[in-house]
Design a protein around this ligand. Sequence first.
Ligand code: COA
Length: 423
Amino acid sequence: MKALDGVKILDFTHVQSGPTCTQLLAWFGADVIKVERPGVGDATRKQLVDKPGADSLYFTMLNHNKRSIELDSKTPEGKEVLTRLIETCDVLVENFAPGALDRMGFGWERIQAINPRLIMASVKGFGPGRFAECKVYENIAQCAGGSASTTGWRDGRPLVTGAQIGDSGTGLHLALGIVTALYQRERTGRGQRVQAAMQDGVLNLCRVKLRDQQRLAAGPLTEYSQHAEGIPFGAATPRAGNDSGGGQPGRILKCKGWEGDPDAYTYFITQAAAWGHVCDVIGRPEWKTDPDYATPAARLPRLNEIFDTIEAWTMTRTKFEVMETCNPLGIPVGPILSMKELAEDPDLRASGTVVEVDHPERGPYLSVGCPVKLSDSPVEVTRSPLLGEHTAEVLRDVLGFDADAVARITASGAVGTPKVAAG
Ligand code: COA
């Protein structure tokens, strides 16, 4: 028994934002039926290809535990099948460019008329307003949602981050909206629209930066290193480099081997509660009582000197030795871990956060498993479907078309050439 057993998802998503949402729902037990254009499929199947002829890692890593049906939703027979899917499913998830579903003839009003219990969930780049019609990809969302403006160095360009907060972040937001709507439907019997705009999702994740924007009105942001450096603040929340975003100052510091290893660094937080231990560890016990260093307020204008002194110590240790020394003392530190280190991490393998999956076209590959663990709904990651792998079984078993209807729909070209599902 899985948490979302019995929930059927019509997965009309592509690229990253929508697929991450439906992949999560599949991991929680929903039956996710991915609808793809015949012969073409999700564009990511053939993007960033590392093994010619095989589905790309881009696709396989975003579409686990789903079924795939080929369907041209712009032909009469395709619309017939899509209508049956809408009647049968609990949720439709889509992230087409604005207006695409309406142009297909399946706007919200029509969908409600077909199945008033259906929850229709959409990702768009922007919410209502002057940018509503724009197509949006990850980095545009990071830029328009406040992340790029507040990431990077004060004297450098705005910076995008490797974390896909626009795509995968919005997929997460949407998944929460969907299960919330399913919960409400239990009481009302009605479906509803669930909309998540990528700009909104990024801004939500940048909440603390809007906090700082308002704090600026009351004076300089004293925990930013630019304050200690005597550089005046402008009108907007500035880029803060690696400064800790919270009230406990932190920085990224070099560790032993940094000259040859781009990831030989640690994050080091001078949490007030652990200050005494920090002083002992770095060989400055006198700072515990020196009024210039003893309190968080006294330390603020001296953070550059303090972190330089801490770094002189961290440079004598590996990033793991820094952890071994600091963790037992309650000093919050964390190593900068590369993707290679994460891929090989035994704890992440054991917890199922990094999984090895086998695939008929490409053989075994690594993926990120479900990052949320439910004690009563365990996740088993299964490979992504081949294009149209489940067309026949979905038409027959899920939608109830008889053999004649399947033959008629197939002859029309609306569903490609249905394959018998591989075991
Ligand atoms: N059968 C028939 N037509 C199909 C189809 C199917 N199974 N699946 C898609 N199509 C059609 C769409 O109806 C659309 O046709 P139209 O332009 O005539 O209306 C067309 O394919 C292209 O869809 P679109 O969504 O515009 O794809 P795109 O490749 O041009 O744009 C994005 C890609 C991601 C920029 C765009 O979809 C978008 O902005 N989505 C919302 C924001 C988002 O999720 N962005 C992040 C993606 S990770």
